[in-house]
Design a protein around this ligand. Structure first.
Ligand SMILES: Cc1cc2nc3c(=O)[nH]c(=O)nc-3n(C[C@H](O)[C@H](O)[C@H](O)COP(=O)(O)OP(=O)(O)OC[C@H]3O[C@@H](n4cnc5c(N)ncnc54)[C@H](O)[C@@H]3O)c2cc1C
Length: 470
């Protein structure tokens, strides 16, 4: 029976179609009655509880093509799982098929031409593990268990971005399976409209099975670490941070985090569990040069503790992993900023004083530098004027924490909105922010809708921050 015959999708036809899919794909096909099902439907954010009809752990691009055809022909909803990290939970769907890329992680580095080709199920840790033995890296996020696919398709930024740009600014080419089931190589000269849309269009246009990135000389040792101040000094620290960030060279990224202090060994025990502001830094250049540049950060007040030194880049890439493990309940809100106001600092400090759980935090990530130089229309990601991204991470373990935690995050978001630029990073949108999707794509929305109509007129790829075909 061909998958096309399943279109009417009676239960019997669906069963036959699934049998055929199982014969066609090399990867594992997991149904609700299989032992692997419960594990396979878990993603990073434990607040997401969806029950797909089928999860296919694809082994190859050919498997992805079979799954796309199956979804198109049956009319079943289709979701794509890269690293499964996205807060909104669109890596899963209820009653549909999940194309799970987690088994496709192979990476090949060309150290001479400084390129890596990596499959779309890879995590950031897999990318760093492949490239760092050559002393090479490309800018990605700050939590090594994040998937390269979702991160790249939304834009991608982290410690190296001020020096080397967004992740998309380093994307050379990609292999994509379209809604029609066609396998395409896209680059600046091959299907350039699709290549443009992939770089910030958030998974709306096809399933990427492979990325090719440019690499840069990084590490393998970098100057990096944390400087921690008590929350009582936060206003002064934040003001100095603002001035410091305005003058910092591209090599230096400093992010600010307010939260309760985790039991870090370099902090006195009395500080553990107390509200603090931490400056997290990474210098993407010669550590000797960086030492002098970061010295002023130690003198913003009287630090409660500091742990800054030369360490492997891969270790710094994993430094926040223990605070951001999978399996907790997460509700996030996010704003972009062109400037940081004093009143914003007051609000941050006020909400840091009423954190609803010890895992909640407010993160200010510094962009600018190379992320701000491309024109807003050069790729789908439009927010080149963003100098800071602020994320409020609502996070707890007990479902009883949902109501107060969500309320805290929403209240903080509303209170800080007057100081924000109005745009938002698509990768930080939660499931209940459909009204912000236009703000995420900004002035590029109309052009994206045209590309969507060309490559996915039926909106097969709609489990995402969706762009309707024009
Ligand atoms: C703890 C944490 C830290 C983070 N830190 C950063 C950071 O420092 N910098 C940053 O830029 N972002 C960061 N993010 C956001 C991150 O970029 C997004 O969550 C991203 O979507 C994760 O990608 P994923 O593949 O793991 O997610 P998934 O949940 O697997 O995928 C997200 C969405 O992307 C689409 N998608 C995934 N794979 C494909 C594919 N192969 N083809 C087409 N579409 C696909 C689908 O629509 C899917 O729903 C962080 C997120 C978390 C939870």
């Amino acid at each position: 029976m061909s998958t096309a015959a399943v279109k009417a999708a009676t239960p019997r036809q669906l069963t036959i179609g699934i049998d055929e899919l199982k014969r066609n794909v090399k990867g594992q096909v997991i149904a609700p009655y299989d032992a692997a099902y419960e594990g396979a439907r878990q993603i990073w954010n434990a607040m997401i509880d969806k029950r797909p009809a089928l999860i296919v752990r694809c082994a190859s691009t050919a498997d992805v093509v079979h799954c796309v055809s199956f979804a198109r022909d049956t009319g079943l909803p289709l979701a794509v799982r890269g690293g499964g990290h996205n807060i909104a939970g669109n890596a899963l769907c209820d009653g549909g098929i999940v194309i799970d890329l987690s088994q496709m992680k192979a990476a090949k580095v060309d150290p001479v031409f400084r390129r890596v080709v990596i499959e779309a199920g890879a995590l950031l840790a897999d990318l760093d593990a492949a490239t760092q033995p050559h002393g090479l890296a490309t800018p990605v996020g700050i939590n090594s268990t994040t998937g390269i696919a979702g991160l790249t398709l939304g834009g991608g930024f982290g410690w190296l971005s001020r020096k080397y740009g967004m992740t998309i600014d380093n994307l050379e080419s990609a292999e994509v399976v379209t809604a029609a089931g066609e396998v395409m190589r896209v680059s600046a000269i091959e299907h350039p409209d699709l290549f443009w849309a992939l770089r910030g269009g958030g998974g709306n246009f096809g399933i990427v099975t492979r990325f090719e990135f440019r690499l840069h000389k990084v590490g393998p040792q970098v100057l990096s670490g944390l400087i921690v101040y008590p929350l009582s000094e936060a206003k002064s620290v934040l003001r100095q941070y603002r001035s410091f960030a305005a003058e910092a060279p591209d090599e230096l990224a400093v992010w600010a985090v307010v939260r309760k202090a985790p039991p870090l060994p370099f902090l006195p025990q009395a500080v553990h569990g107390q509200e603090i502001i931490a400056l997290a830094l990474c210098y993407a250049g010669d550590p000797g040069t960086g030492e002098a540049l970061v010295a002023p950060l130690h003198a913003f007040g009287k630090p409660a503790g500091a742990h800054v030194g030369v360490q492997p880049y891969v270790a710094w890439q994993q430094a926040f992993d223990p605070l951001l493990t999978a399996g907790a309940r997460n509700y996030w809100k996010s704003h972009n900023f062109a400037t940081l106001d004093d009143e914003l600092f007051d609000t941050v400090i006020a909400y840091a004083g009423k954190l609803p759980s010890p895992q909640c935090e407010i993160f200010i990530g510094a962009l600018g530098g190379a992320t701000s130089r491309p024109a807003p229309e050069s790729a789908a990601y439009a927010h080149r004027d963003t100098r800071f991204v602020m994320n409020v991470h609502g996070r707890w373990d007990d479902p009883a924490g949902d109501k107060p935690g969500i309320q805290w995050a929403r209240d903080f978001f509303d209170a800080t909105a007057p100081f924000a630029s109005g745009s938002v990073y698509v990768n930080f949108l939660t499931a209940d922010e459909a009204e912000r999707v236009h703000n995420a794509y900004g002035p590029n929305y109309a052009r994206l809708a045209k590309v969507k109509r060309k490559y996915d007129p039926g909106n097969l790829f709609r489990m995402n921050q969706n762009i309707a075909p024009e």
